[in-house]
Design a protein around this ligand. Structure first.
Ligand code: HEM
Length: 463
C-alpha cells in the first residue's frame, strides 16, 4: 500500500485500488474459497483494500468493507474503542458471522464479568489438566490398533467432554452427537446464506430456516438443562456455571442472558481446539520427519514416566507444532469489526459503519513475516523468531478487549492431547481419501479418516 505522506490531507479509502467489481460488488469473493480469494486480493492490492458487498445504487444492499492485513493496522483496530465487534451480523442476519458469532450469539450479552472470566485464569489450569489427561486416556482406550476413525468426530467429542467436565461440571458424553450434528447444520446454513442476494428472513418457514432454528434449539436445550440442573441442586460450586449463575443473580440477569453466556463458552470452548488438533495430526501424518522429531522430544522428556502438568511446559517442539498449525490453519480464519466513527488508517479515512475484515488466514501467510509461508515448518518458532515477530502478524486468538479468553486453556489442552496421542499412536491418513477443507465459520477438514497404529515403543507405558 502506498502510504500517504506526512502532513498531507487524508484520502478516502475508496480511492485505493481493489479487485474488479460486478453488479453485486465483491460478493463473488464470498464462496467456499473465500480465504484464498482474500489472500489473492491482499497479495495483488496490498494491505488495505476497499471492498463492497452489494449494489451501490441500492443503499440497503450495499455495505462498504475493508480488508486490513498489516499487523500495525490490526493492532490499531484492536486498540480503538470506537471500533466494535459486530454481534448483529450473525448468520441469521447477514453475511459475516465469524467465530463466536456463529450461532447468532449476541456477543455483547455474552460478555463475561471479570468474575466469570476467572474460571479460565492461569491458576485454575493445573486443576483442568487431570481431566484433559483422563478423558484422552479413555478415548484412546476405545481405539483398536489398525482401525480407521473419523478423527474430526472423535476429537470434537473429546473436546466437548473436557469443556463439560472442567467448566460445566457436567458429563456431556451423551450430547456429543447432538452438538456435532447441530453445528454441521449451522455451518451448512451459513455457507448457503453467504451467497444469497436477498436473505429470506429467518422467520419464513423454509426448510433451511427450519433446520437452522431446530439446530439452535437443540444446542440451547443442552445449555438450559445444565443451568436448570445446577440451580435445582443448590450447589455453590465455583466452576464456570456457578460463577455465571452467581453473576446473573447479582446483576439481575434473565436465564436467557445467562444461557447466551454459557453458550459462548460451550461452543467457543471445544470446536476450535478440536480443529487445531485435527489439523496438527494431518500435518504430522504428512510430515513423518517432523513426527519423528516430536517422538524424540516425547521420549527424551518423559522416558517411561507419566505426563505431568509441570512436564508439559518443557514440550517446546510440540508447542511449535501447535503454533505452526494455528498459523496455517487458524480455526477462526477471519474476524469482523465495525467502525462507529470515521477512522484513519495510514492516511486513509474509513467512514462509519464500515465492515473491517481481519483475516488470520491472510496475515499469517505474509512473506514479510513468514519465510516460505505456505510450508508447514514448526522449526521456525524459535525464541529469536518469536521475539522479532510483529505483535499482530500472528493472531489466532484475536486480540484487544474481545480477544479469546480461553487461549491458555486451549493451548494447554491442544498440547496435552497432542503429546498423549503421539506418544501412543501413529496416525495415518487413509490413502486416496482427500481431507479437503471447508471454510465456513471455522476452518474444518471436510472428512478426516485416520488409521491408528499403536507405537511399539510405548506398548507398556501409562500416560
Ligand atoms: C485453539 C483454540 C481457540 C482459538 C483458535 C480461539 C480463537 C478465538 C478468537 C479469534 C476469538 C475472537 C473472535 C473475535 O474477536 O471476533 C475468540 C473469542 C472467544 N473465545 Fe476463543 N479460541 C479458542 C479456544 C477457546 C476456548 C477453549 C474457550 C473457552 C474455554 C474460548 C472462549 C472464547 C470466548 C468466550 C470468546 C469471546 C470473547 C469476547 O467476545 O469477549 N476460546 N476465540
Amino acid at each position: 500500500m502506498e502510504d500517504c505522506q506526512k502532513g498531507v490531507t487524508p484520502v478516502d479509502i475508496r480511492t485505493l485500488a481493489g479487485p474488479p467489481t460486478t453488479f453485486l460488488g465483491h460478493r463473488y469473493l464470498l464462496n467456499e474459497d473465500t480465504p484464498e480469494n482474500l489472500l489473492a486480493v491482499a497479495r495483488e492490492f496490498g494491505d488495505l483494500v476497499p471492498l463492497h458487498f452489494g449494489n451501490r445504487r441500492i443503499q440497503r444492499l450495499h455495505r462498504l468493507a475493508a480488508l486490513v492485513t498489516h499487523p500495525d493496522d490490526i493492532a490499531r483496530i484492536f486498540a480503538d474503542k470506537t471500533i466494535t465487534k459486530p454481534y448483529s451480523l450473525s448468520i441469521s442476519k447477514g453475511q459475516f458471522g465469524f467465530g463466536t458469532q456463529a450461532v447468532g450469539l449476541e456477543s455483547d450479552a455474552a460478555r463475561e464479568t471479570d468474575q466469570t472470566r476467572s474460571a479460565l485464569d492461569y491458576h485454575h489450569l493445573p486443576g483442568y489438566f487431570e481431566t484433559m489427561l483422563s478423558r484422552t486416556e479413555s478415548l484412546l482406550s476405545t481405539w483398536k490398533n489398525g482401525d480407521t476413525y473419523e478423527m474430526g468426530r472423535e476429537l470434537m467429542r473429546l473436546a466437548l467432554e473436557i469443556v463439560g467436565e472442567t467448566l460445566f461440571s457436567s458429563d456431556l458424553t451423551d450430547d456429543a452427537d447432538t452438538v456435532n450434528e447441530a453445528l454441521i447444520v449451522v455451518m451448512e446454513t451459513f455457507n448457503k446464506r453467504r451467497n444469497y442476494l436477498f436473505l429470506v428472513p429467518e422467520e419464513f418457514p423454509t426448510i433451511t430456516n427450519w433446520r437452522l432454528r431446530f439446530a439452535r434449539k437443540r444446542l440451547r436445550n443442552i445449555v438450559v438443562r445444565i443451568l436448570r440442573e445446577r440451580k435445582a441442586s443448590g450447589s455453590t460450586k465455583r466452576d464456570l456455571v456457578g460463577l455465571l449463575l452467581m453473576a446473573a443473580r447479582q446483576n439481575g440477569q434473565s436465564l436467557e442472558q445467562t444461557c447466551d453466556q454459557a453458550m459462548t463458552y460451550f461452543l467457543a470452548g471445544h470446536e476450535t481446539t478440536a480443529l487445531t488438533l485435527c489439523w496438527a495430526l494431518i500435518f504430522l501424518a504428512q510430515h513423518p520427519e517432523i513426527e519423528a522429531d516430536l517422538h524424540t522430544e516425547i521420549e527424551t522428556l518423559l522416558g517411561e514416566g507419566p505426563l505431568t502438568h509441570a512436564a508439559l511446559r518443557q514440550f517446546k517442539f510440540a508447542e511449535s507444532i501447535i503454533s505452526e498449525t494455528l498459523r496455517l490453519r487458524p480455526p477462526i480464519w477471519a474476524m469482523a469489526r465495525i467502525t462507529t466513527q470515521e477512522v484513519e488508517l495510514r492516511g486513509y479515512t474509513i467512514p462509519p459503519k464500515t465492515l473491517l475484515l481481519l483475516s488470520q488466514f491472510v496475515t499469517q501467510r505474509d512473506p514479510h513475516w513468514f519465510v516460505d509461508p505456505e510450508t508447514f515448518n514448526p522449526y521456525r518458532w524459535n525464541k529469536e523468531f518469536r521475539k522479532q515477530l510483529p505483535r499482530f502478524a500472528y493472531f489466532p486468538f484475536g486480540g484487544g478487549e474481545r480477544g479469546c479468553i480461553g487461549r491458555n486453556f486451549a493451548m494447554m489442552e491442544a498440547l496435552t492431547l497432542l503429546v498423549i496421542i503421539a506418544r501412543k499412536y501413529k496416525l495415518q491418513l487413509v490413502p486416496g481419501e482427500n481431507v479437503g477443507r471447508i471454510a465456513s465459520l471455522t476452518l474444518r477438514p471436510k472428512k478426516l479418516l485416520m488409521t491408528v497404529n499403536k507405537r511399539s515403543v510405548v506398548a507398556s507405558l501409562g500416560t
